[in-house]
Design a protein around this ligand. Structure first.
Ligand code: ADP
Length: 672
């Protein structure tokens, strides 16, 4: 197995070239040689071929420059000699030593290996190279380890073997004390040969660091530069790394024992952490001081801003509190967000009872909701101008409705979207009522004016007519001799005078009633007697034109009342006079019904009646209904006003029921 064998490849002539012909060589093929047992750099595989990291790297470098490689295998000492003699072109794995530089030229180093001393486990302790002085050291013949031992005079007992494999087997079998070789080569051989009793000592041999190169014969500069070029190419194009990974696996960080980790931590990491921590503490403290100062400043500024804002808000609140109008803020759902004291006072609710409530459902009367909803829609559709001012009724806690005049504005957010409304409202209920009263008073004044005018026109007619008769017939009297005619003229003059007196009486009576100059003279009397007396007073020819006057009810009963006899008489007389005046046929019935607490008195007839829409107005002074033939039927429009005033003075009320063409019933109540 360890026999020396030589395999020749390619043109054997090239193995016989001399240094004289070096300049003239054309390298289509480079002939090299490999050791059989320098794993994993140079060795023979199980098919008998040269293999290993250095062999493959050389082939790749030659490939890179387009040159073939032929490899033969030979013992290190032999092949070394062959290169020196130019029998081969190059060697793939040669450690660069001063001795070898005399006979070889080297490429750039492609690998550095560190040496180690291997020994049998537990035999002796090795603390320095001096401890090797007396030891028998095994090395491969011609290996740079041998050169190193001799050069540095490490031991006087150096024993050489053909291969390191042989050296390790010998050491394992108890021959020699130690082996000096590259650490990686030794460990590889221990593993391959399964040598359980051999170990790498802890002794470091930094001086035995080997830079491995390709070597050519001394002076073969042409080949040296070519393979240097090839080596550079494979290093640059990553082929070197791929080959390295193939043979040595990916470059992994060595696994550290937990003790190593603790040591590293204590020696390196802990101080670094402490320094970094100190730096951070220093930096952080500085930063904290800086930020604290900055924050304090910000806090002061913020407090100032807040104080100002509170001041402004209080001021605004004061304005709101003393504002004489309602101030109301609704959000865009119609919910009350703010209301001032005036608003609370108007509504009669407390602030807490109002805030958060839906304005429409809580504070508006039913008939206003649709109108306000419309206003709201306009606001949210951007038509605020249409509804900037409007009036609507609100409903207070007591259920009272108040009219409010609003001025509206919209509230918007930063994006310009409408978020709610701000409204100021003034309670104008009293103002509106005053206006209405004024209008009413004005209308009344105008009406009164109109009535006065028409009264004067009436008076003109009513007074002038009898006056003309009186004057006309009075002027005839002096020249008239006929007694019958004289009597007739006198009658006409007397009747017209009576009519005049009657008119003047009415005016005076009305005036006295108006001026409250009619004191009540109450006494007890029988109402039935009064009715009979009044009926008898109409029992004269003037009123006997086919219309009968009757008393309704039990003629024998007594109807006692405590009242003003004269005024009750006056009321009945006036109503009966009108009844005769406006009744052409049929009958007039009068009466009084005892109703326990009062008397219901009436004057009923079958006359022309009163239009329905004028029934209320006929009691107003100077008013005369439209169906009265004013030209033919005389009147002042004062009679019913007088009746009304008298009934009220007597503590009663009066009303009329009527249908045009069918007659009227005048009712009035007299308290007992
Ligand atoms: P007048 O002098 O015009 O009768 P009154 O004050 O007595 O004035 O009555 C007012 C008006 O009421 C009358 O002009 C008439 O239009 C109406 N009126 C009063 N009594 C009657 C009645 N019995 N039937 C129909 N109309 C009546």
């Amino acid at each position: 197995m360890y026999s020396v064998f030589v395999i020749l490849f390619g043109n054997s002539n090239s193995f016989a070239q001399t240094t004289d012909s070096l300049f003239y060589k054309t390298y289509d093929t480079i002939y090299i040689a490999s050791e059989p047992d320098y794993p994993p750099y140079c060795f023979v595989d199980n098919k008998g071929k040269a293999d290993g990291f250095a062999v493959e790297l050389f082939k790749a470098s030659a490939d890179a420059i387009g040159v073939n490689t032929k490899i033969k295998i030979g013992l290190w000492n032999v092949i070394k000699q062959e290169l020196a003699e130019g029998k081969i072109d190059a060697l793939p794995l040669v450690g660069k030593t001063p001795e070898r530089e005399k006979i070889f030229d080297f490429t750039i180093p492609y690998l550095s290996l560190h040496g180690a001393v291997f020994k049998r486990k537990g035999e002796y302790s090795l603390n320095s190279l001096d401890d090797l002085k007396q030891k028998q050291i095994l090395v491969m013949r011609g290996d740079n380890a041998e050169e190193f031992l001799l050069r540095n005079n490490i031991s006087i007992r150096v024993v050489t073997t053909n291969t390191f494999e042989e050296a390790f087997i010998k050491l394992a079998n108890g021959e020699g004390d130690a082996i000096l070789t590259q650490r990686v080569i030794g460990l590889n051989l221990i593993k391959e040969l399964e040598l359980k009793n051999i170990e790498a000592s802890k002794l470091q041999v930094p001086e035995f660091r080997q830079d491995f190169c390709f070597a050519v014969q001394k002076g073969d500069n042409q080949l040296l530069s070519r393979i240097n070029e090839g080596l550079s190419i494979v290093i640059a194009n990553n082929t070197y790394n791929e080959i390295h990974t193939k043979w040595f696996g990916p470059t992994l960080n060595p696994k550290l024992s937990s003790r190593d980790i603790i040591r590293i931590a204590v020696i390196i990491i802990v101080p670094i952490v402490i320094v970094v921590a100190l730096f951070f503490i220093f930096f952080l403290r500085r930063e904290v001081r800086r930020r604290t100062k900055q924050l304090s400043q910000e806090v002061i500024e913020r407090r100032q801003i807040e104080a100002k804002a509170i001041q402004e808000r209080n001021k605004a609140q004061q304005y709101l509190d003393i504002a004489g109008v309602m101030l109301l803020v609704l959000d865009n759902k119609g919910i009350v967000q703010l209301i001032n004291p005036k608003g609370c006072e108007t509504l009669g609710f407390t602030k807490n009872e109002i805030i958060g409530k839906y304005w429409h459902t809580t504070f508006l009367p039913e008939d206003e909701k649709a109108k306000v909803h419309e206003v709201e829609q306009k606001v949210y559709n951007g038509h605020i101008e249409d509804v900037r001012y409007f009036e609507n009724k609100i409903i207070t806690k007591s259920g009272e409705e108040r009219l409010v005049a609003w001025k509206n504005a919209v509230l918007t957010n930063d994006q310009g979207e409408i978020t709610g409304t701000l409204s100021s409202g003034e309670d104008i209920t009293d103002q509106k009522n005053n206006e209405l009263e004024l209008i009413e008073a004005k209308e009344k004044a105008e009406e009164s004016d109109f009535l006065k005018t028409s009264f004067l026109q009436n008076m003109n007619h009513e007074i002038r007519t009898p006056m003309n008769s009186i004057m006309g017939f009075a002027s005839l009297l002096p020249d008239e001799d006929d007694k019958t005619l004289i009597n007739s003229y006198s009658d006409i003059i007397v009747k017209n005078s009576e009519q005049l007196v009657h008119i003047i009486d009415d005016i005076v009576l009305f005036s006295r009633l108006q001026n409250k100059q009619m004191p009540l003279q109450v006494r007890q009397f029988d109402l039935l007697n009064l009715l009979n007396e009044v009926k008898n007073s109409f029992d004269i020819p003037e009123y006997q034109k086919g219309v009968e006057l009757l008393i309704e009810g039990n003629a024998d009963a007594s109807l006692y009342v405590n009242s003003d006899h004269e005024k009750v008489w006056q009321v009945f007389t006036n109503l009966i006079s009108n009844a005769f005046k406006y009744t052409q046929r049929g009958e007039i019935s009068i009466g009084a019904i005892n109703r326990e607490t009062d008397y219901l008195c009436f004057v009923k007839e079958t006359g022309i009646g009163i239009p329905e829409d004028e029934i209320e107005q006929i009691f107003e002074r100077f008013y005369r209904a439209s169906n009265v033939n004013k030209g033919k039927i005389g009147g002042t429009g004062l009679g019913l006003s007088i009746v009304c005033e008298l009934v009220q003075l007597l503590g009663g009320t009066i009303w009329v029921e009527s249908e045009v063409g069918k007659g009227c019933t005048f009712n009035f109540i007299l308290p007992l």
